[in-house]
Design a protein around this ligand. Structure first.
Ligand code: HEM
Length: 133
């Protein structure tokens, strides 16, 4: 498969993901606050997916610490996955979409456990332990 076509598809998927995310009431404020330059950010995220799907070595960063300072609750994961699922199904090939979703689900779970390691009495994941006072 042509490599330019592949990279172009990944970039279009990332742009589509942020189109959907920026229209989502949970994700839009998080993105607006943290992402100052969308074109630069698209490049980093496209590099991440290029490496995740094709081992291109384009991305050498560490996604987890980047998410530690962000201001969002555990409900953001469901919203993120819904937008991502739609974007990959619309733009990527079925095989790419399947691989990207498997990776995304896995990372969503590890981000959730890493960022919200505690559980409140009502079952909600939490960044802090429950205080009984
Ligand atoms: C609750 C769900 C998520 C939210 C709200 C979120 C939001 C964000 C935001 C605002 C940034 C930009 C941060 C900055 O530049 O300061 C970012 C970066 C990034 N996110 Fe997420 N994200 C989520 C989940 C995920 C997941 C599940 C993945 C991967 C499967 C992912 C992959 C990335 C990558 C690769 C970057 C760029 C990291 C870098 O700069 O090296 N995100 N995310």
């Amino acid at each position: 498969m042509d490599q330019d076509e592949r990279e172009d598809r990944i970039t279009r998927m990332v742009v589509r993901f942020y189109e959907l995310g920026n229209a989502d009431p949970i994700l839009a404020p998080v993105f607006a606050k943290a992402i100052t330059n969308f074109p630069d950010h698209f490049k980093v995220v496209a590099d991440f997916w290029s490496h995740a799907l094709y081992g291109t070595g384009r991305y050498k960063g560490h996604p987890f610490p980047v998410h530690m300072h962000l201001d969002f609750g555990p409900d953001a994961f469901g919203a993120w996955l819904a937008c991502f699922t739609q974007a990959v199904n619309e733009v990527l090939t079925p095989m790419e979409a399947q691989n990207a979703l498997a990776r995304a689900r896995h990372m969503t779970e590890s981000f959730k456990v890493g960022l919200f390691p505690f559980t409140l009495p009502d079952g909600t994941p939490s960044r802090m332990p429950h205080r009984k006072d």
